[in-house]
Write a protein that binds this ligand. Sequence first.
Ligand code: CA
Length: 221
Amino acid sequence: MRVLLVEDEPTIAAQLTEALEAAGYAVDVSGNGVDAHFQGIDENQPFDAVVLDLGLPQMDGLTVLKKWRAAGRTMPVLILTARDNWHEKVAGIDAGADDYLTKPFHMEELLARLRALIRRASGHASAELVCGDVVLDTRHSRVTVGGQALTLTSHEYRVLDYLMHHPGQLVSRSDLIEHIYAQDFDRDSNTVEVFIARLRKKLPEGVIETVRGLGYRLVSP
Ligand code: CA
């Protein structure tokens, strides 16, 4: 899953990036409203969620959010608001935010809210995603098969996480690339095939189906 983090405070941005990456997300960071608007409005950059600070230089977060929504961008957005500023929360939710957190916040709470937004956006109510014997626990970024823990690299996890959020759906190689790498990452579409091949060795046979020429589909065998 890929997250756009919009935060102008370098220390907070660095802490958030580290925590998000540790939780298995690909993270793009933006430090001002104009750049954030540009990134979030680009349909070729399909973010699974956005963490948006409202107090930003160049263009404030509320304006950025309104412009995204006016342009039809529907990705889940979690806003970060100043403490004791209840009307900012109301304005943010009315502008199209899906959830908010008040600064300062606990990282665990931000991660939990983000997980919930992402799973609801893909129609899942539970923090555990299940496909046959395969269980992916989004809370701990852990995968088990028949109760046995799997050891996955961070990119293998991202690929499986994306597929588990979209079971039964055709997922193209370019979808996977867009959702497992941040923009400035050196993307190589062949690596997706490598990750899929490695995952297949670790998962029960037939869980990841190849749709010839189109991509992959997660099926419960
Ligand atoms: Ca700020």
